[in-house]
Design a binder for this molecule. Sequence first.
Ligand code: NAD
Ligand code: ADE
Length: 421
Amino acid sequence: MSIETMKFHIKDKSLAAKGKLRIEWADSQMPVLRKIREDFSNRKPLQGVKISACLHVTTETANLMKTLKAGGATVRLCASNPLSTQDDVAASLVMDYGIEVFAIKGEDNKTYYEHINAVLDIQPDITMDDGADLISTLHSKRKELLQKVRGGTEETTTGVIRLRSMSKRGVLAYPVIAVNDSATKHLFDNRFGTGQSTIDGIIRATNILLAGKEVVVVGFGDCGRGVASRARGLGAHVTVVEVDPVRALEAVMEGYRVTSMEEAAKYGDIFVTVTGNKHVIREEHFQSMKDGAILANSGHFDVEIDIPSLRRLSKSTVNVRENVEKFTLYSDKKIYLLAQGRLVNLAAAEGHPAAVMDMSFANQALAAEYIIKESLTPGVYTLPDKIDKEVAELKLSSMGVKIERLTEEQIKYLSSWEEGT
Ligand code: NAD
Ligand code: ADE
């Protein structure tokens, strides 16, 4: 497709050269995805397949788009969050790789949904989501397209929760692969990726010293344990707030202070939400916070911190740095909100490092092929364990790591019951 016939909506085509260099840099850290791309170029398992993708438009996503195209697919991409787009990457995808992109960093809600609709206009065979906005639009406002869709993939915990709810209510019209639920995705991306990139976002936004600070991590799931461990590694005193007693107990035994939000609100310097839930920090908590408290969110949607309430409690707000908004409450107390309460790691930094997205996006590419190969009925699926193992093996081999192999005697022993004391 020539640039004249392509459809796209990006910020600035002249950013392409910078974007291309950054995409190539990320690719150098993505050996598993590169291998899949090479294999896809030879086999063309996605020949003639149309893919509508709604993902964070980053250097790593660009390499996934290149891989799908190498497999024979036609791809259109929009953003899965209004603040996560890297405009240079969007430009390079269009100008250098012939991939149609509809994404501009900072786009308003109306444009965000115009972009989602533009991406759906290709009448996809496959949808690729991070947060299920494509699927939810298809099932509400673009129902006429449902018939043609063969399947979808979902990248994140919150998206999988939405899809399981649709499936339970009998409204999910096609099969979706919960990529998040692959071990080689959530055990690494959510934990090590979110752990590092969330701290990166907070530091890039504020340049504060974490050593000696009271950091409160709300939610001790895969993401929360990553954030807590990285904050502790930088010398912060970390408190965990959890609602699940088993996870709270794990946090206690990991050596974290565990308490309620009501208690933590009184002494925290920095609060990070990673629950996938709504209003986990709200009015009563803002009321008891210290002057100068900093709030950040790394959960999928911007609902974890009750921002409308914070606005209501404030007599004025002002941006004091890029990605830092100061709220002055009627009591004169100051509270700082990072990145408008949106995913701080993608809005204020660059998201997860490529080396971890390598595995997440290897799973995405293989999930697309899986949808085409299998005839699945509507529902939420996980990828077979075999694919997880393959991705892990490829990653280990790219790192030059050898692992132990079972002997015949051990295989027999593990599948028997006769031998005992
Ligand atoms: P998870 O389900 O493993 O963990 C969430 C935890 O939050 C659970 O332990 C749950 O009990 C706890 N929780 C729920 N409500 C709470 C409340 N009111 N107070 C305290 N704890 C509460 O989910 P996860 O995989 O860790 O993902 C968390 C969020 O992060 C999701 O929205 C997910 O989509 C998102 N995510 C973001 C990124 C990123 O790049 N920023 C990456 C992966 C996932
Ligand atoms: N989610 C978290 N980090 C990401 C990245 N670097 N690219 C795409 N999606 C992401």
